[in-house]
Ligand binder design. Structure first.
Ligand code: AHG
Ligand code: MN
Ligand code: MN
Length: 338
């Protein structure tokens, strides 16, 4: 069988896309290389002294794991030098990272979660890197301003993730469908394994941290209860799965269908997940694969962040399942009208 490498795939698609440029392909190439390096370090995590916490608390108020730090360093170091970026934003850095003048710069902005699901590392469960690529608004020059970065997800030029699981996978979209590649560690290349991924219209799995139930609103309880009782397409019951690493829960949802939910609650009134580095890139993939992504009221991709680390509730996956959630929230909203 002819194996298609990710580079061949990019070049092929570059020809079809009016947006893609050599600079953009170079950006993806360096991002993919960073992912391969992170994957290798994670595979050795138990052997090297890089498990556990650093003792620091990040901008999100969470414990920084040593691998969070390592993945962030690998990405920021390489991507700062790639020549395609004018700025980066990482989940682990409070401020916008502007490309320093000693490095060549370009027209793109990279937003990433260097290691998603990092609380899973110590128990050897999947983690991943999520990325979002934006373009600097046209007609702007000089040092990039924060407002130029705070764009809605609908503006993304590309988005994806690297999943470090039993095998390492790269899943991404540049607006022409969603394609999945599996790392062949012997060859050191990502090979096309999942061309043109599509989310089934309705699934049979719901995924949510039910431990938060006592903090949920009545509407949110009703949303989750819907999946306890509604029938699947063939009359069966929904099953529950929750890895606790968004990237892994999303990957399952992309392949099998169903819905992943992280609602707002009394302890997290804005939701937990980050709009720019988690929700928006996965929403881009979901829509490209024929699914939907919502904050319960409307499209995630239309939400404009008011700061780099803005959070959002997230309901993502099969179109029918996400639509059912929006229907329930809309009913509650209407009930409150006089
Ligand atoms: P991160 O490891 O990048 O901080 O992200 C953790 C996120 C996400 O991956 C996951 O779905 C969610 O937190 C799990 O949260 P709970 O433990 O509250 O369920
Ligand atoms: Mn994360
Ligand atoms: Mn993270």
């Amino acid at each position: 069988m002819a194996e298609v490498t990710v580079t061949e795939h990019l070049l092929l698609h570059q020809k079809k896309s009016p947006h893609a440029t050599g600079q953009f392909t170079g950006l993806l190439y360096d991002l993919i290389l960073s992912g391969k390096i992170i994957s290798r370090r994670i595979n050795k995590a138990g052997l090297l002294d890089i498990l556990g916490g650093t003792g620091e608390i990040n901008v999100q108020g969470e414990n920084v794991q040593k691998l969070d730090d390592l993945a962030n360093h690998i990405l920021t170091w390489r991507m700062e030098r790639c020549g395609a970026l004018c700025a980066m934003s990482s989940e682990e850095n409070a401020e916008l990272i502007r490309i320093r003048p000693e490095f060549p710069s370009g027209e793109y902005i990279l937003v990433f979660d260097p290691l998603d699901g990092s609380s899973n590392i110590d128990v050897n469960i999947n983690v991943g890197t999520i990325f979002s690529i934006l373009r600097r608004p046209q007609g702007h020059a000089g040092e990039i301003r924060l407002e130029e970065v705070l764009q809605p997800g609908a503006n993304q030029i590309g988005a994806g993730y690297m999943l470090y699981g039993p095998s390492t996978m790269l899943v991404f979209s540049t607006g022409q469908g969603v394609h999945g590649f599996t790392l062949d560690p012997g060859v050191g290349e990502f090979l096309l394994s999942h061309p043109d991924m599509r989310i089934p219209r309705q699934g049979r799995i719901y995924s949510v941290n039910e431990g938060n139930r006592r903090n949920w609103s009545e509407a949110t309880r009703e949303v989750v209860d819907w999946f306890h009782t509604c029938p699947t397409k063939d009359g069966g019951s929904y099953s529950s799965r929750y890895v606790g690493a968004l990237v892994a829960d999303f990957h399952r949802t992309l392949i099998n269908g169903g819905i992943y939910m992280y609602p707002a609650d009394a302890a997290k009134p804005q939701g937990k997940l980050r709009l720019m580095c988690e929700a928006a890139p996965l929403a881009f993939l979901a829509e490209q694969a024929g699914g939907r992504a919502s904050d319960g009221m409307g499209r995630i991709l239309e939400r404009k962040p008011d700061h780099l680390h803005a959070r959002t509730p997230l309901f993502i996956g099969s179109a029918d399942d996400v639509e059912a959630v929006e229907g329930i929230y809309a009913r509650f909203k209407n009930d409150q009208l006089p």
